[in-house]
Design a protein around this ligand. Structure first.
Ligand code: AMP
Ligand code: ZN
Length: 113
């Protein structure tokens, strides 16, 4: 399958990894929107939030535990951060392998426009 994030999981495309275990991978976004901007993805190819189900939702909850650990390590747990999942065309999803953006270390604005 021609999926850029599956290629990152396999190591065919390099990434700036910050965390890895048997289920998930976290790496810095190549085009950061904040001083801290990393992505957390499942190693398994799940296309989008539409494809979360009873069989794979444990991976999604694990992603949130990993985010909880990483924001502490990166010292943004107390100052705050934003977790973003873009889903589908109107959501602005550009890579069809589910991923959670974590943005921090600046005063993020709302709304998304
Ligand atoms: P989205 O628009 O929510 O689908 O987010 C896709 C994100 O993946 C964007 O923020 C891109 O900058 C990021 N991205 C695309 N290719 C790479 C790559 N090779 N390494 C790291 N981040 C990437
Ligand atoms: Zn994939």
């Amino acid at each position: 399958m021609d999926c850029i994030f599956c290629k990152i999981v396999k190591g065919d495309i390099p990434s700036n990894k910050i965390y890895e275990d048997d289920k998930v991978l976290a790496f810095h976004d190549i085009s950061p929107e904040a001083p801290i901007h990393f992505l957390v993805i499942p190693k398994e190819h799940i296309k989008s939030a539409n494809d979360i189900n009873e069989n794979n939702s444990h991976i999604i909850s694990h992603i949130f535990l990993v985010i909880n650990k990483l924001v502490r390590e990166l010292n943004i747990a107390e100052t705050g951060y934003r977790i973003v999942n873009n889903c589908g065309k109107d959501g602005g999803q550009t890579v069809d392998h589910i991923h959670f953006h974590v943005l921090g270390q600046r005063d993020l604005k709302w709304s998304p426009g």
